[in-house]
Each structure stands twice: as C-alpha cells, then as structure tokens.
Write a protein that binds this ligand. Structure first.
Ligand SMILES: Cc1cc2nc3c(=O)[nH]c(=O)nc-3n(C[C@H](O)[C@H](O)[C@H](O)COP(=O)(O)OP(=O)(O)OC[C@H]3O[C@@H](n4cnc5c(N)ncnc54)[C@H](O)[C@@H]3O)c2cc1C
Length: 396
C-alpha cells in the first residue's frame, strides 16, 4: 500500500489527506496544534473551490453548510457605486462557509484510513535524491512514499526546499469576525458587497439563519475589514474602537456590524505573501517525492478570496494525477500544472492589492476614475479564472 505523510491540518491538508485515503493510500496527518480547530471566521469559496471540493467527493458535505453570496457590487465610503451589483447566474456565485463547518465536513471526509497525530511540530525534511522522503519533529522520523507539505504560509518544509520564496508583509492587516445569529442585527435587504476607501476595505456576507437548510449550522454574519499598515498591538476592545473610528460614516451596514461585534469575536491578522513563488512545487527523491500544497506553495493576500480555493484545487489535482499515473509522473505533472495556475492568480491578486493600497487625494481620484473601468475588468477576469477551472479528469 502506498503511504503518505501530510503535514498540516488546515483546509488544504485535510482535503488532500481524505482524498488520498479514499484512493487507497495509508495516510498520516501531522498537526502541530493540540486540536485541529480553525479560527472562528468564515471563508468565501468561488466556483473553482466548490468544483474542486465536488471532484474530491465532498460536494454533499459542502451543500449542507454553504450559503450563496449574491453579487453586492462595490461602493465608495460615500455610498457611490464603483461597480453596480450584477445579476449573476447561481452557478457563478461564490458561497460563504463558516470555517468551523468546513473543518467538520473535511474531517468527516477523512474516513478510517487517516492516522491523525496532533501536537507534532515538524522541524526537518529529508528529500535527498535516492532516499525515501521523511519529516521529523526532533523525536520521531516519519517516512513515506509521498510527503505533502500543507503547513501553511510559514511552512518549514518550503523554507528548506525552496528558500528562494520569502514570506513578506503585504503592507496591510485584516480584521474578521462572525457575529453569531443571536447577536446579529436584523438588516433590511441582503448582506453582501464591498466598500473601498483610501487604503481601507470592508466586506460582509450573511451565513444565514441558524439551522436553515443549505446554510451554516452556526448562522450569523461574517465581515472582514482590511487597512493599510501593520497589525495593532492594542487589546481587542481598543482595536474594535479603532475600527469604528476608521469606518465611521461608511454606508450601512458597516456601523451596525461593528457595533454588534464582541471584542472576543475579533480575529486580527497581518497579511503576508510569498515573493517570489517557489521555483518548484514537486521534489522527486527517487523512490518518492515531497510536494508543496496550499499556502505553503502560494500564500497571497486575500483580496480575491482565492487562498483556500487554490488549496482545494491543489488537493483535487494531486489526487487525480496520482490516481492516473505513477508517483514520479504525477509529481512532475502536478508541478507543471499548478505553478502557472498559482502564478496567474497571484498576478491578479497583486493588481487588486495595488488598487487597494492607493492612498492620498490625487491618487484616490485617479483610482476612483480608473476603478469604474479597471475593477469590472479585474473582477470579470478573476471570476472567469474561478469559473473556468476544471480538475484533471473532472467528475463534476
Ligand atoms: C484575512 C484573510 C481572509 C481570507 N479569506 C479567504 C476567502 O474568503 N477565501 C479563500 O479561498 N481564502 C481566504 N483566505 C486564505 C485562506 O485562509 C488560506 O489560503 C488557507 O487557510 C490556506 O490553507 P492551508 O491548509 O494551505 O494552510 P493553513 O490554513 O495555514 O493550515 C496550515 C496548518 O498547518 C499547521 N502547521 C504549520 N506548521 C506546522 C508544522 N511545522 N508542523 C505541523 N503542523 C504545522 C498549522 O497549525 C495549520 O493547522 C483568507 C486569508 C486571510 C488571512
């Protein structure tokens, strides 16, 4: 039986571990935290991410927890439309999912064949030609035919195998929260869309009512605010007060959502990205291989909401290629297919970053004028990039 060690119990690691196990691999999943638990926020999955999950046979689990996200357009802080909401066919709409629901669905997909080891921090990787690949935590060595590095943006495995890829700040910080259903304000009309200001951005999405069919079992409203600059060192209460000051006077429902947020709901994060991307995603070792997957391979700012989607694409692609070819061929094909794909998404994300970072009155006026033409084009090609992706030998 072929064996794999997956490092990292984030969405990418869980998706690929389950897929390999369902294809008959014996899988060990190593996670440094004591429990596999995501942060209490939500994630937007575009049609490519949804299609990848379907091709991994996780579509039914997803349908039970996903809420469609209608196109809410893009506004300025003064309420003027930069991009009007569009009527979008439902199959092109993204969905929003509570990360805890998503993790539950991915863990349910692991089945019996995955040995889960938590509290294991991988520190070393062995990927020398002719040797069986392995990772170690200083006490144990875990050998396998295939090692999947799904250990996130800070990946120790990538640092050793692709040191040219450096994790750098994207120059902004993000705050997110899910306001639980029992504290969520009752808002007129659907919650959605985004608002762009000088270096500031606010997006919101409804997770539906608690227990509603086809929605999050947790329900509530998710929002995300990004601001140019570094993360704030103050306690969450002060961060929330700062957010209310920065976003004062922005169109509804920004103030209602910030007012309904408890400091304990708040998750602050520095936005970071890999520059440049790794030169390789696959490292054959003779009898086996190591591959990079998810943020370990292509950490990027969340402006187009594609990080998790790409991690699922990686998992679906790797699983499909391994079903069809030998391990060395599959790893070479994975590298060939995934690097240009990730590079294309990163290029689009960087263009969006440039728009979002614009500050200063003149630049802002130019941005607002240009946004009317650039943003629809940018969002249009990002949407096309998301809807057109197909997994190899797609079953859906
Ligand atoms: C503010 C924000 C908003 C976002 N919104 C979206 C969105 O709407 N849509 C979208 O598609 N993406 C979004 N993303 C991106 C998304 O969160 C990431 O791309 C995604 O989590 C990557 O999954 P992963 O499994 O590759 O890595 P991670 O989620 O980082 O998981 C890595 C796992 O590996 C474990 N680990 C790390 N090091 C080790 C080690 N040495 N040994 C053992 N285990 C280890 C970690 O504990 C963790 O469990 C957003 C990101 C941010 C910051």
């Amino acid at each position: 039986m072929r064996t794999a060690v997956v490092v990292g119990g984030g969405p990418g690691g869980l998706a690929v571990a389950g897929a390999l196990a369902r294809s008959g691999w014996q899988v060990t999943l190593l996670e440094r935290a004591d429990r596999i638990r995501p942060e209490p926020t939500a994630v937007v999955l575009w049609p490519n991410g949804v299609r990848a999950l379907r091709s991994l046979d996780l579509g039914a689990g997803l349908d039970a927890i996903a809420t469609p996200l209608p196109d809410g357009g893009v506004r300025r802080p003064d309420g003027h439309w930069l991009v009007q909401p569009r009527q979008t066919p439902v199959e092109r709409l993204p969905v929003v999912v509570h990360r805890e629901d998503l993790h539950d669905a991915l863990i349910a997909g692991l089945g019996e064949r995955v040995e889960l080891r938590t509290g294991v921090t991988v520190r070393t990787v062995r990927a020398a030609p002719g040797e069986r690949p392995a990772v170690g935590d200083g006490r144990h060595t875990y050998e396998a035919d295939l090692i999947v590095a799904a250990d996130g943006a800070d990946s120790v495995i990538r640092r050793q195998l692709a040191p040219e890829a450096t994790l750098v700040s994207s120059g902004c910080a993000a705050w997110r929260a899910v306001i639980p259903w029992y504290r969520a304000p009752r808002l007129p009309g659907p919650v959605g869309g985004e608002i762009l200001g000088a270096g500031y951005r606010f997006v919101a999405a409804s997770l539906g009512d608690r227990g509603a069919s086809g929605g999050s079992s947790r329900g509530g409203i998710h929002w995300m605010a990004t601001a140019a600059g570094a993360p704030r060192p103050e306690p969450p209460e002060t961060q929330l007060a700062l957010l209310r000051r920065w976003y004062a006077g922005w169109p509804a429902p920004v103030d209602e959502l910030l007012a309904a947020t408890d400091p304990a709901d708040l998750v602050q994060q520095e936005i970071r990205e890999l520059r440049p991307l790794p030169r390789a995603y696959g490292f054959p070792t003779g009898p086996g291989a190591v591959v990079l997957l998810g943020d370990a391979a292509h950490a990027m700012p969340p402006h187009l909401g594609q990080g998790t989607c790409l991690a699922f694409e990686d998992a679906a692609t790797l699983a499909a290629l391994l079903r069809e070819s030998t391990l060395p061929d599959a790893v070479m094909a994975y590298d060939r297919v995934r690097r240009p794909r990730a590079a294309a998404v990163v290029r689009q994300t960087r263009r969006m970053s440039a728009v979002l970072r614009t500050r200063g009155r003149l630049a802002l006026r130019a941005r607002d004028a240009a946004l009317g033409t650039i943003t629809p084009r940018l969002l249009g090609s990002a949407a096309a990039m998301a809807t057109q992706w197909r997994p190899p030998s797609a079953s859906s």
